[in-house]
Ligand binder design. Sequence first.
Ligand code: CA2
Length: 154
Amino acid sequence: MYSQAFRQLNILVLHGPNLNLLGKREPLIYGSVTLDSINRLLTEEADIIGIRIECLQSNHEGVLIDAIHDSCDKYQGIMINAGAYTHTSIAIRDALSAVKVPTVEVHLSNIYQREPFRHHSYIAAVAIGQISGFGAQSYKLGLHALVDHLRNER
Ligand code: CA2
């Protein structure tokens, strides 16, 4: 019988403001990898581990919040790099907390080695965990951590 345990996992990958500039500006901080290539890397990884992902980037807080609200019935997990909204958005945190879709927070840079205003994340308290500082690898590590969590909780 086709049970919940064998249903293919769908993961929503959310990229916040300015991440569309990756690989095009400030390579010394954020590296030379573009967002398209990160999404490709994640899609390849998803194929290897037998899951599906959908990626969305937005520079608008409300678009990210709508995507989080709509994630309930479609996705079993969320991986989010909320960009600067990490440090400012109680609204994104409330949305994640409300939908209760298991979420992993990722960052390219190590936010704790940077300016003090980046040391606090509003998302961390409602996420399963956070991965920060491994460049594009943070996303791959985050995806594996999220999928492990979801497979072990079934
Ligand atoms: O390290 C990360 O992933 C961040 O989430 C990136 C955010 C920053 O505000 C967070 O503190 C840490 C900034 C994303 C902006 O990305 C750019 C990429 C290229 C050029 C300019 C900005």
